[in-house]
Design a protein around this ligand. Structure first.
Ligand code: HEM
Length: 267
């Protein structure tokens, strides 16, 4: 008897040896048919294994740790802020990628005309189907991400989760929150409206106020001491090319380290 035939024979025997109803027999037969073709049971076992591994990473709440009989609720939900930051980042990245199809990073317009960048944003808001919604989603996601990252940092600080052996992830976090702010700032300049212009002006002044290296930094970041096409182009490349790559990679490393170390118990 071939191995497959033997399998089938064993299954039939197994089913007959139990007192199964007709519906149960039918259900099992379908399951076996599927399992033979798609190795369902193997994959389910793999999923189960992963589930337990992930579960091991979860911190115990105070109610569990001290056997408080689940009588009160602790600040457990605050552990979700890191994931919430990631989610906001994904929403911002997706909506931003879509905005990228319609936005043009050009500051120059004919004298008296609005700039090309500003006009492209206005056109997204007024001409593009769902454009107003798309831009709003992007702006909101960016702001929610900034707030969530900040609150996540507070959670990590107040639970003492930055302590040994998690120093590296704390430092990575500092880089991430700084990059999140640069993301926000560079994006704020892109519509090239009055708010952008004056925020840019303040940025140039801040750069210039740095002792010794001020002029060099202003030149590097803003392409000069006044706002020009060079400024917009730098902010654009930072916002849509440099930061997305670097931040995505750093978030992956950050979460990878959490995966390896497990989440800290409250100190
Ligand atoms: C883009 C920004 C960030 C993202 C997407 C992110 C994501 C995450 C996620 C998903 C976790 C798992 C635990 C949790 O969700 O609370 C985590 C843990 C951690 N994060 Fe962040 N994070 C970011 C920024 C920061 C910042 C600003 C800091 C601190 C300066 C930081 C320090 C840490 C540390 C030390 C842990 C380990 C905490 C523990 O083991 O309990 N992260 N992060």
């Amino acid at each position: 008897m071939s191995l497959e035939k033997k399998d089938e024979h064993d299954h039939k025997g197994w089913m007959e040896s139990r007192d199964l109803t007709a519906v149960e027999t039918r259900y099992l037969a379908i399951l076996m048919w599927l399992d033979k073709r798609l190795r369902l049971v193997d994959y389910l076992e793999l999923l189960e294994d992963m589930y337990y591994k992930v579960n091991l990473q979860m911190p115990k709440s105070h109610t569990e740790q001290y056997g408080l009989d689940n009588k009160f609720w602790y600040w457990y939900p605050l552990y979700a802020l890191g994931s919430f930051s990631t989610l906001a980042y994904l929403v911002a990245a997706t909506s931003g990628a879509l905005l990228g199809f319609y936005y043009a990073p050009a500051a120059a317009g004919a004298t008296g005309d609005p700039t090309v960048a500003y006009a492209s944003v206005t056109s997204i808001m007024t001409d593009l189907n769902f454009g107003y919604m798309l831009r709003s989603i992007h702006r909101w996601a960016a702001q929610v991400m900034t707030a969530a990252v900040f609150l996540h940092m507070l959670r990590v600080y107040f639970t003492g989760a930055y302590k040994e052996p998690r120093e590296l992830n704390w430092i990575l976090g500092i880089v991430l929150i700084s990059m999140t702010m640069v993301f926000g700032y560079s994006g704020y300049l892109l519509p090239w409206n009055q708010l952008s212009f004056w925020a840019g002006q303040i940025g140039v002044e801040m750069a210039l106020s740095i002792p010794m290296a001020g002029e060099w930094v202003a030149q590097l970041l803003f392409g000069g001491f006044t706002l020009t096409q060079a400024t917009l182009q730098r902010m654009y490349i930072l916002h849509v090319f440099f930061l997305p790559f670097v931040v995505t990679m750093l978030i992956a490393i950050h979460i990878g380290i959490v995966w390896m170390q497990g989440i800290a118990e409250p100190h």
